[in-house]
Design a protein around this ligand. Sequence first.
Ligand SMILES: [Zn+2]
Length: 302
Amino acid sequence: MEWCQSIPKVELHAHLNGSIRDSTLLELARDLGETGVLVFSDFEHVILKSDRSLVEVFKLFDLIHMVTTDHTTISRITREVIEDFASENVVYIELRTTPKKNKLIGMSKRSYMEAVVEGLKSINSVDVAFMPHDVDTHSPLNSLSIDNNCNVTPRKRIYVRLLLSIDRRETTEDAMETVKLALELKDVGVVGIDLSGNPIVGEWTTFWPALQFAKENGLAITLHCGEVPNPKEIQAMLDFWPQRIGHACFFEGDNWEKLKHLNIPVEICLTSNIRTNSISSLDVHHFAYLLIFCDQKLESPL
Ligand SMILES: [Zn+2]
């Protein structure tokens, strides 16, 4: 674990809401419990449990949905999540989040994202480069920290890029709004669109127009694909030819052939797949299959 934490890492599949500190989640849930919005004890054990089934994971996401309804909280969790990844020596992260809107509390998709950006700006413990032009503006002097004894050390830096997620519960119009927002926010590090959420909810065809519009306008696309057995959807997603897909737990023969033919990289999290019981054990995980395929390609590029 020490070695894993010490090496510099690239994180390409981190959900903002899926990376909230347990301590923060407990604090926010307890506050909501006191106001009578929820029964704290119903959620406490799910928060503290390390092996959650996929059903429990989505119960937890329902809770997270309830506690992330104000801009201050969005900024706080963004700050904490980036600080936590930086402390584990992640040097580049693509953080994905679903911009939410709620007229009752004056939140629009745009103001939600502004709160995320505020969170990034508020980080002091590490040098956060999140705007595309940051590479040029960060002079070496800005990257040095000087302690009370005048010892100069390089400051830790993390590059952050944002992916805006479309939730599978959303409508075509919601999805389109998210894509247009992503295009408007390229200057603050938004680089792509993700499709995520409960895989048994929603239809691929609902999101296709927005995803196609994103593609035509130069946004990169990553899709949660094959989280549950759904051959028709898997095939349609691969035909769309996204830049990346996530998980691929329930792929079958033809799907693998197409994936390899189109050269689509797969974002894989072994721990997530095992803990949610999507894959029964590591020795049958598709990671080994894909790794062998990659090795063969490297050996004979033709
Ligand atoms: Zn995911």
